[in-house]
Structure formats: structure tokens, C-alpha cells
Ligand binder design. Structure first.
Ligand code: SAM
Ligand code: MD0
Ligand code: SF4
Length: 336
């Protein structure tokens, strides 16, 4: 393990010229597994209420902001719009909304079931930490993914970032989902006080826990949050982490999130080896992002159409739904 860890640390220290070689290798690895296919995920942030106080997040409960909770009819309408425009998956995300967490999880489960059946599209659920009984319900409707990011695998740093939350309960929830045959997504933040050693530990841990989608996002400072004065990190780190994950885990799904730098940040992330474009949001829908609430949303920059033109300009294509479904089905049966 030490050999891999030292190798990761060396890659993380690469300068611009060396990084270019790293990115080229990552693209080569992606091509061997996925040919020219890139996946597109529609993002539906259906409730911005939250019971938690993560120091990095705009939606932490103390922040005095306008919040919304959309009803199922409206969410379904947006999901259909996204599917019609060509996304391969619908990601249903919320803050840890107390209404859902205390009494209304059935609403989310009914919704996810309906989206899968009526729209014939895989779903990812991103509701935060939930109890095992709820994860059993996710399994019953055959939910495809449960996304829950640790943000870091350094426990001390976790405690600073996810204040008053348990590292172990969060980790255990996703491991339990995996035993129920639900694919899991794990993720880290770049620029929140972690060292290269921490990043190397995280990259190794993400593989070890059996996550099949692996994410890194650069931290974006949020008004009114305790970390508002933190600087957003240089993007070269995020890009190197994407490339390293691709090289070590060629079959992994690795997002290029539009939520960090909008559509203008897509090309660099795809060139570093990412193969999933996430956070696609219909314009004028009234739905928002997470790290960058409104960036490019109403200007229409976060649509499949915009994404497709960039993907195509790199000689890549947005995959068709059958290819995506077959690929995630095959992922369940193997280790990365
Ligand atoms: N509430 C659920 C949870 O925490 O798991 C799901 C939604 S949460 C907003 C999704 C992810 O957004 C977090 O796990 C974190 O990685 C990312 N995120 C939140 N605030 C961010 C910020 N300011 N910059 C970058 N990423 C951020
Ligand atoms: C994204 N804003 O893909 C979304 C979000 C939650 N599963 C995903 C962080 O960037
Ligand atoms: Fe809530 Fe998720 Fe934001 Fe934490 S990251 S404050 S749990 S929405």
C-alpha cells in the first residue's frame, strides 16, 4: 500500500508539464474501457432544507436564506424534461430535510419508483445519512445508486467540516447500501485544509470501500457560512485527483461537475479523465445547484445541448441509455 500511496503523492506534486502527461494517460485508460462514451446526469435538488451545519455548505441550517421544498408533481415534470433532453440518470438530491427525515421518506421512495418506471431511467438518491430501514426501502424499488460523500477520510478534518456528525455512521450507511446491491458513490472536497497525504489516503479508501463512482469537487466558498473567507483552491489539484483516480480505477465513473466552474470548467475535467457530466439543470426551473447555486443555470449553460457540443468537440459522445444501463449492471458484479 505504501508504494501506491507514495506514487499518488508523487503524481499530486506534478507541475503543469508533468500533469499533461498524467492527463494523457488518464484519457488513454478511459478510452480502453469506455471508448468515446461519456455519461450525462440530470440533477434535481428538490429540497434545500437541512438539519445539519456543515461548515462548507450554503444550505447549513443556520444560514438565513430562501429555501424551497418542491412537490412530487413538479419534480416529476423536471425529471421528464431532463430525460427527454438526453440524460442517462436522474440524481434526486436534498439537504437533510427534517420533514423527509422525520416523516416523509415514503414520498421520496414513491417518487424514485415512479421516475424509474414511467421514465425508464436509472436513479441516484442523495438524501444524506439515512437509517438502514430506509435503505431497505431504496433496495426494494431497485434504486441504482446511493450517493454519500465523506468529504475526507481524515477523521479530525471530517469533524471540523461536518460538525456534530458521526464519521462512522456516515460511512456505515453507504457500506450497508452496498450489501443491498445498491451502487455507492463516494467523494472528497479539495481545498478544505487537507494534505496530499490525506488525499492519497482518500483515493485508496474510496477504492477499498467498493464505491464505483468516485468524486472530487473543489471547495467553493459560500456567503454566510463559517468557511466564507476560505479561498477556493487552484483547480490543478482537482484535475490531478481526477486523473489519478482514472489511472488507478479505469472502470470507475468519475464526475466532471458543472457545479464547481459551470460549463466553462467542463473541458478541462474531461481532458483529465472524467467520464460523467453531473449537475445538468434545466434553465428557469427554479431548481438550484449546491456549490454554485445559480451559475449558468438560467442562462441555459447547464443543459445537455451545451454539454453535448463540448463533449463532441473533444471527439467524445454522450452515451445512449442502453449502454449506460448495461455498464452499471456490469459494475455491480466486479471490483474496480
Ligand atoms: N445533503 C446531502 C449530503 O450532505 O450528503 C446531499 C447534498 S450535499 C449538498 C452534496 C455535496 O455537495 C456534499 O457532500 C459536498 O461534497 C458538496 N458541497 C456542498 N457544499 C459545497 C461547497 N461549498 N463547495 C463544493 N462542494 C460542496
Ligand atoms: C453535482 N451538485 O453533481 C451535484 C451534487 C449530489 N449527488 C451531486 C454535488 O455536482
Ligand atoms: Fe446539509 Fe448536505 Fe449541506 Fe451538510 S452538505 S449542510 S448535510 S445539505
Amino acid at each position: 500500500m505504501d508504494i501506491i500511496k507514495n506514487q499518488i503523492k508523487e503524481w499530486l506534486s506534478y507541475d503543469e508539464k508533468e500533469s499533461k502527461r498524467l492527463f494523457a494517460l488518464a484519457r488513454e485508460k478511459r478510452k480502453q474501457v469506455f471508448k468515446n462514451n461519456i455519461f450525462a446526469y440530470g440533477f434535481v435538488y428538490f429540497s434545500t432544507f437541512c438539519r445539519n451545519s456543515c461548515n462548507f455548505c450554503y444550505y447549513r441550517k443556520e444560514n438565513q436564506i430562501d429555501r424551497y421544498r418542491k412537490d412530487n408533481a413538479e419534480i416529476l415534470k423536471i425529471a421528464k424534461e431532463l430525460v427527454d433532453s438526453g440524460v442517462n440518470l436522474i440524481d434526486l438530491t436534498m439537504g437533510e430535510d427534517p420533514v423527509y427525515h422525520k416523516e416523509y421518506f415514503s414520498g421520496l421512495i414513491t417518487l424514485a419508483d415512479k421516475i424509474k418506471k414511467d421514465l425508464d431511467v436509472p436513479v441516484m438518491l442523495s438524501p444524506g445519512v439515512v437509517e438502514e430501514g430506509i435503505i431497505d426501502e431504496f433496495a426494494k424499488i431497485d434504486a441504482d445508486w446511493y450517493a454519500l460523500y465523506q468529504e475526507t477520510h481524515n477523521r479530525k478534518l471530517f469533524e471540523r467540516l461536518r460538525k456534530n456528525q458521526s464519521y462512522d455512521i456516515r460511512m456505515q450507511a453507504k457500506l450497508y447500501a452496498k450489501t443491498k446491491d445498491i451502487l455507492i458513490e463516494e467523494g472528497i472536497l479539495s481545498g478544505v485544509g487537507e494534505t496530499d497525504e490525506d488525499i492519497a489516503d482518500s483515493i485508496i479508501a474510496m477504492g477499498e470501500i467498493g464505491a464505483k463512482q468516485l468524486r472530487v469537487m473543489s471547495f467553493v466558498p459560500q456567503d454566510g457560512s463559517p468557511m466564507e473567507a476560505f479561498e477556493t483552491p487552484d483547480r490543478s489539484k482537482e484535475l490531478k485527483i481526477i486523473a489519478i483516480m482514472r489511472i488507478l480505477y479505469p472502470e470507475a465513473l468519475i464526475p466532471a461537475s458543472l457545479d464547481v466552474d459551470g460549463i466553462s470548467g467542463l473541458k478541462a475535467r474531461l481532458n483529465a479523465g472524467a467520464n460523467v457530466v453531473t449537475s445538468i439543470i434545466p434553465p428557469k426551473s427554479g431548481f438550484v445547484g449546491v456549490a454554485n447555486e445559480t451559475l449558468d443555470v438560467d442562462e441555459g449553460g447547464r443543459t445537455v445541448e451545451e454539454v453535448r457540443s463540448i463533449v463532441n468537440s473533444l471527439g467524445l459522445e454522450i452515451a445512449d441509455n442502453d449502454y449506460y444501463k448495461a455498464f452499471i449492471h456490469s459494475l455491480k458484479a466486479k471490483d474496480l
